[in-house]
Write a protein that binds this ligand. Structure first.
Ligand code: ZN
Length: 154
């Protein structure tokens, strides 16, 4: 099996068997994002657990790329500290702007490396980015991430 087929399988698997697809009991922030050109919708919720690690919940509907991306994102980012989550999001945005030429780092991106091929199709890039945009917006609303840099919890 070549890499492209393997990556397609990963995306399809996340679409058919979404990970972590549920809303949080007590979210600190929430964002609903819509991609009108494709009809995708996703709601992402975030919070922090008692150790300061990210809690991520989501629900959505739309194409396989958008929904698989939400599943991959929540599986990857949940449990990260906010700075790690930011790193992953930045790496994914960069990947989506690579026109498919990047060699993504699986240590940073996990299953999200599978979306490298999607970056060749401009119409689908928005689908893949939608849940990550929702994550960023939800974190901003919750005051998680960049806004907290420089503050110490100890
Ligand atoms: Zn889509």
């Amino acid at each position: 099996m070549n890499v492209e087929a393997l990556y397609q399988d990963i995306i399809l698997d996340h679409y058919k068997h979404p990970r972590g697809r549920q809303l949080l009991a007590d979210p600190a922030g929430e964002s609903h994002q819509v991609n009108p050109t494709c009809g995708d919708e996703v709601t992402v919720q975030v919070g922090l657990d008692s150790d300061g690690h990210l809690l991520v919940g989501y629900e959505g509907q739309g194409c396989s790329i958008s929904q698989a991306s939400a599943s991959v994102m929540s599986e990857l980012v949940a449990g990260f500290d906010p700075a790690q989550g930011d790193d992953a999001r930045r790496a994914f945005v960069e990947l989506m702007h690579s026109k498919g030429a990047a060699e993504p780092d699986e240590d940073v991106l996990g299953d999200a490396v599978a979306f490298v091929g999607v970056a060749k199709y401009p119409a689908r890039i928005k689908c893949a980015l939608l849940p990550w945009m929702a994550l960023q917006d939800a974190e901003a609303k919750a005051g998680i991430g960049i806004a907290q840099e420089g503050t110490s919890t100890s």
